[in-house]
Design a protein around this ligand. Structure first.
Ligand code: NAD
Length: 377
């Protein structure tokens, strides 16, 4: 008999091409008359188009979103929202703009809409990661979940191919960890499998033809499902590793996910056979971890942490931080094995897929009883 817990979500999702034209009516449906548009500096053009379409319902644009949601930027945006008397925020962009929208919502109670343009998936999660000084903290807070998410495939056509590939693998990482999540939510398992099918099918096409609408739609659909997985079930070792590497060495978010994913899949493979079978099926390969590694290589994604700027001397410190806090993972998180995983990922070597090849295998298949799943995004 299956035993599980499922948490449903309340977000309204609109998906298609040209759907950004629905933003004015969706904002009005939430009772919003004074919309503040949020974006990163690079997407000011896309944000201006949406701002114009809102007409008098738009009261301003705050175009200073950056990764990792620094608190000082949020405070500046909250002050601006007060000045223009905004009654809701609309994030246009990837995880950086959406993270800012969540941080404003947390402080002001303003409702949020999101118009995502990457595959990071933050729009579907109640997770907020914020940085103060050099410290990043991540929390799960239902009140930061956007009320309405409008996916418009057209807005993703300008997302550069290389960035799209790593962002897509970032989404795949949410799906991979949902497959072996502690919650054992059957809906999340189904969504994760479908997400992997869509992303493994579409990303190679996107890499070749970034303006191809069909593959873009497939990739965005996969990203929506993967983001929903991230918002629904607890994550594990992979997200913890990326959180530590991003926070400690300032490594880029999506690229770090792309490098680390095959290695964590190899680490968890002995304790998560059903998940590995599903990943391998999506990739049409025999082994999930080496399949993920080859997939990233074929698409030209980075495969070595050293290429992202991590110093070799940081491996020891990262291993220490990764094992320090208790969190759930299908295979116990052991320092020597994590060190070996990081060393391989740092050098860009093949993931360790056979016993005796770098990762000590003292694990048992039983879940490791620590705290709830990690919710690092
Ligand atoms: P991002 O939002 O920083 O975007 C990366 C760059 O691509 C930016 O310069 C942006 O302007 C540009 N860009 C985005 N879409 C584009 C498009 N369609 N065309 C052209 N340029 C485009 O990157 P991201 O990977 O989406 O988000 C990373 C951030 O999101 C990190 O801070 C990460 O921690 C957070 N995140 C949070 C969650 C969560 O659930 N809380 C989930 C995933 C990521």
């Amino acid at each position: 008999m299956k035993t599980f817990v499922h948490r449903g979500q309340i977000t309204k999702v609109i998906f298609g091409s040209g759907t950004r034209s629905r933003i004015p009516e969706e904002a009005a449906a939430l009772g919003c008359r004074r919309v503040l548009v949020l974006c990163t500096p690079g997407q000011a053009g896309q944000a201006a188009e949406v701002h114009d379409a809102l007409g008098t319902a738009a009261v301003g644009t705050f175009a200073e979103a950056v990764p990792n949601t620094p608190v000082d930027v949020t405070e500046k945006a909250v002050a601006y929202a007060g000045t223009v008397q905004a009654d809701c925020v609309l994030a246009v962009g990837g995880g950086s703009a959406i993270g800012l929208g969540k941080a404003i919502a947390l402080r002001t109670g303003l409702p949020q809409l999101a118009l995502p343009t990457t595959y990071a998936g933050s729009e579907m999660t109640p997770i907020l990661g914020e940085t103060e000084g050099r410290r990043k903290t991540t929390r799960r807070l239902p009140e930061v979940l956007p009320r309405t998410v409008v996916y418009d495939v057209d807005l993703t056509l300008t997302f550069p191919a290389a960035a799209s590939v790593v962002s897509g693998i970032n989404a795949m990482a949410h799906a991979v960890e949902a497959l072996y999540a502690r919650d054992q939510d059957p809906l999340a398992f189904l969504m994760a499998g479908e997400a992997l099918d869509s992303l493994t099918r579409s990303l190679p096409v996107v890499a070749q033809r970034p303006r191809g609408g069909e593959a873009r739609a497939d990739a965005l659909y996969g990203a929506w499902l993967a983001g929903t997985c991230l918002g629904t079930v607890g994550m594990a070792l992979h997200h913890k590793v990326c959180h530590v590497l991003g926070g400690t060495f300032g490594l880029p978010h999506a690229e770090t996910h792309a490098v680390v994913l095959p290695h964590v899949a190899a680490y968890n493979a002995p304790a998560a056979p059903e998940a590995m079978t599903r990943i391998a099926k999506a990739l049409s390969v025999a082994d999930a971890a080496s399949g993920l590694f080859d997939f990233a290589g074929r698409l030209g994604a980075p495969r070595a942490l050293r290429d992202l700027g991590m110093p070799e001397s940081g491996i020891e410190r990262a291993a220490e931080l990764i094992v320090r806090d208790g969190y759930w993972n299908p295979r116990p998180v052991e320092r020597t094995a994590v060190h070996a995983l990081l060393a391989r990922a740092w050098a860009g070597r093949q993931p360790c897929t056979s016993p005796g090849d770098g990762h000590p295998r003292t694990e048992s298949a039983a879940p490791h009883p620590t705290t709830t799943g990690a919710h690092h995004a």
